[in-house]
Design a protein around this ligand. Structure first.
Ligand code: BG6
Length: 271
């Protein structure tokens, strides 16, 4: 299907009514709706959908570099390249057989090889990268949101020269800009949206860190592709590997998995 600005997108639908949209540009999930048709991801009303700019919102993929942790462009180049659909994807686990899915592939162009000369050489020698599923969750009111699972952990603070601190106290709440990389987190993180009575559960494998980002008012105003007040209705919680870059030796495979679910809050209390 054609999406915004004629860019190709794939629409996945489940029999029960949930759906998702993925753009080939960036391999970027831009929509995830539950069985009732409610949108669960945040995409800015000012998102440009204009290569070479990454789409603002959804789930951009930060690869082979997260943020400015390296010499490549911010968040690497995977989010502003065109991916391909794999026509013969490898078999999926039998317990997910009934799920709608699509496999997208990114292979480097000659230009990419100049800035990150790894892809074909990976058969010959190891390469190293950092990574994040840069997930923009849609929330009703950021000041009513709590994040559980990151309390008492160490984090790197992007707002303070990536210095290391330790999180104190209870679940995270938000009253100003935040841009932190929590280190070696549990595999389950819960994001509670009190007003919507909805809890997002993020589970991850192979991705030890978790980034939490909200630009708040000043930075929101400074971003051309983000509405001035939209920071109130989003929160990025990103399964990531940042502190310890991943190194793959020839022939080695790496899997980084993020699973998101959204459930009514009452089902989660006490867990
Ligand atoms: C977050 C980073 O993951 O992404 C922030 O931690 C950054 O530092 C934000 O500002 C948005 O990045 P970009 O490149 O999409 O504007």
């Amino acid at each position: 299907r054609k999406g915004a600005n004629g860019l190709d997108k794939i629409v996945l639908r489940e029999a029960r009514g949930s759906s998702a949209e993925v753009y080939l540009y960036g391999g970027h999930v831009t929509s995830w709706k539950n069985d009732h048709g409610a949108e669960l991801l945040f995409v800015s009303s000012k998102a440009a959908f204009k290569p070479p700019k990454a789409i603002r919102g959804g789930i951009p993929i930060c690869f082979p570099q997260f943020g400015s942790h390296g010499s490549l462009e911010q968040h690497g180049f995977a989010r502003n390249r065109f991916w391909r659909v794999d026509p013969v994807p490898p078999p999926i686990p039998t317990n997910t057989l009934s799920k709608a899915f699509v496999d997208l592939i990114l292979k480097p162009s000659e230009e990419d090889m100049k800035i990150w000369p790894q892809s074909f050489e990976f058969r010959l020698r190891a390469f190293t990268f950092t990574f994040a599923y840069h997930t923009y969750l849609s929330v009703s009111d950021i000041s009513e949101v709590r994040v559980e699972g990151l309390e008492t952990l160490d984090y790197l603070d992007n707002l303070q020269n990536k210095e290391r601190f330790t999180e104190q106290g209870d679940a995270l709440t938000f009253e100003s800009e935040v841009d932190k990389i929590y280190l070696s987190t549990p595999t389950k993180i819960a994001i509670l949206d009190h007003e919507k009575k909805r809890t997002f559960v993020l589970r991850k494998d192979g991705l030890p860190d978790a980034v939490v980002w909200n630009p708040w008012d000043k930075k929101a105003k400074a971003m051309a592709d983000f509405g001035d007040d939209e920071y109130k209705h989003m929160l990025c919680v990103e399964a990531a590997a940042v502190e310890k870059p991943i190194t793959l030796k020839p022939g080695e495979e790496w899997k980084g998995r993020q699973e998101l679910s959204a459930v009514p809050s009452s089902y989660c209390s006490g867990q």
